[in-house]
Design a protein around this ligand. Sequence first.
Ligand code: GLP
Length: 250
Amino acid sequence: MTMAETASRATLYATVGETLRREIAGGRFADTEILPGERELSTLLNVSRTTLRRAITDLVAEGVLYHRHGAGTFIRRALPRVDQPLSRLTGFTQDMRLRGFVAGSRELERGVFLPTPEEAMMLGVGPNESVIRLSRLRLASDVPMAIEHAVVPLRYIPDPEAIGSSLYDALEARHFRPVRALQRLRAIVLSEADADLLGVEPKSPALYIQRIAYLADGRCVEFTRSYYRSDTYDFVSELTLSPAMRKSKT
Ligand code: GLP
């Protein structure tokens, strides 16, 4: 191939890539996450499959598209970005609503079980006291944001089916909305299955958050383990001087 031919091919790939990018931005594929197949796209853009493939490779390198092993090529949508204060005891549904997103969930598990030793210890229940386990993929306007595994003693919600889209609404309805919680956070690497659920690359980083929530009388009502995508959440905390330090300043 001559240099001129190489240059004109590169221009062609760039032009096709640009057209595809414009179509995506213009909302042509708004109803789908997955990019249509090669045959359909090459007809739509009136280019050969080889040219299309090269243009797609370039868009993947730019991050406009991404491949998912065995599933195809996907369009990377603009992600909801959330600033989450660390000091307020709110639930996911409430948080998302406040930010103008539609909170949604995909249920992964729901049922009544005997607690594991860890769950029993965290919740302060006996080994024979049943708990509800509710695992959900949490979505903000259809974008996966977090995986949450919540455990609640059965005595607070005797029927797991009574939990609708919000656990905190269900607890509130029975006057068991937690009023205080302890939370610990740490950075982790997602398992392959969790990365897949969250729609991120394998081995992506995430924030692992454990919440233990209490009623006003000190009883523990919730133990939840969550995996938050690190590319959609900023956890924000307010720092103040301790009262003693403040006094020494005046
Ligand atoms: C947050 C907390 C969880 C809590 C959940 C309740 O995401 N990390 O500990 O269980 O909110 O949310 P909802 O009321 O939407 O079910």
